[in-house]
Design a protein around this ligand. Structure first.
Ligand code: NAD
Length: 247
């Protein structure tokens, strides 16, 4: 029960990594807000959790790129659970194309969700955390943001920005008792990589010293650790959970 009675918002909670994290956090005693854009998927996830006997959670349909929608989600959270202890900024999208083919609208949208979304959610919860002088914020970057990736100008830029925001907030908020860290997933088995051809997946596996893709649970465990008391002295860290792919 490493998160007993802690209130955690997980964005992108209906997706692969997000939902694995929801289950992990609930198992560890947290009260969890599943925040996601995809209402249909969120309803399915809600049903699954009910069937498994979990009841300490709330679902909230939110577009993280829309500040009003985020403010509403935060209000709902505080009304239901009274406070916010942990924010996992996990929602993210890709709109891949080579530089010469990338539509400006796709460049813009990825930044709105992956960068402004992280800013919106963090700014919306920070008042709650500052008031009580504690909190854990975990931002999801990507190996693309650290090393770049062909076809991902928008995504790589957005995920590099996530690391910049993490380090800045670690400096601004550390003295207020709030820890801000970033997790850098490598290739992880979710919808985000299901469109990648099998041949490419095999060659990626060949580049990973551990010789397998990440599982959503691998990332969920990193979120859990950084959200727990065990990580109280970790701040501004960029934790790679990528099987050592770019080492
Ligand atoms: P996923 O597509 O399974 O889940 C992403 C979730 O975010 C979806 O449920 C989607 O509905 C939600 N979402 C999208 N736009 C949103 C918005 N505007 N507001 C609220 N929710 C929104 O992908 P995943 O692999 O679980 O990704 C989780 C995070 O991990 C993302 O930030 C992603 O960039 C990052 N990541 C994933 C991989 C990978 O290989 N899967 C690698 C590196 C980083």
């Amino acid at each position: 029960m490493r998160l007993k009675d802690k209130v955690a918002i997980i964005t992108g909670a209906a997706g692969g990594i997000g939902f694995a994290s929801v289950k992990r956090f609930l198992q560890e005693g947290a009260k969890v807000v599943l925040a996601d854009f995809d209402k249909e998927q969120l309803d399915l996830r809600e049903r699954e959790l009910n069937e498994q006997g979990f009841n300490n959670f709330l679902t909230s349909v939110v577009d993280v790129s829309d500040r009003k929608s985020v403010d509403w989600m935060v209000r709902e959270t505080v009304e239901a659970f009274g406070t916010i202890d942990v924010l996992i900024n996990n929602a993210g999208i890709t709109r891949d194309a080579m530089l010469t083919k990338m539509e400006p609208v796709d460049f813009q949208r990825v930044l709105e969700v992956n960068v402004a979304g992280v800013f919106n959610c963090t700014q919306a919860v920070i008042g709650q955390m500052l008031e009580k002088g504690s909190g854990k914020i975990i931002n999801t970057s990507s190996v693309s943001g650290v090393y770049g990736n062909i076809g991902q100008t928008n995504y790589a830029a957005s995920k590099a920005a996530v690391i910049g925001m993490t380090k800045t907030w670690a400096k601004e908020l550390g003295k207020k008792g709030i820890n801000v860290n970033s997790v850098v997933p490598g290739f992880t088995e979710t919808n985000m990589v299901t469109t990648v051809p099998e041949k490419v997946i095999e060659s990626i596996k060949g580049m990973i010293p551990l010789r397998r893709l990440g599982k959503p649970e691998d990332i969920a465990n990193a979120y859990l650790f950084l959200a727990s008391k065990e990580a109280d002295y970790i701040n501004g860290a960029v934790l790679h959970v990528d099987g050592g792919i770019m080492m």
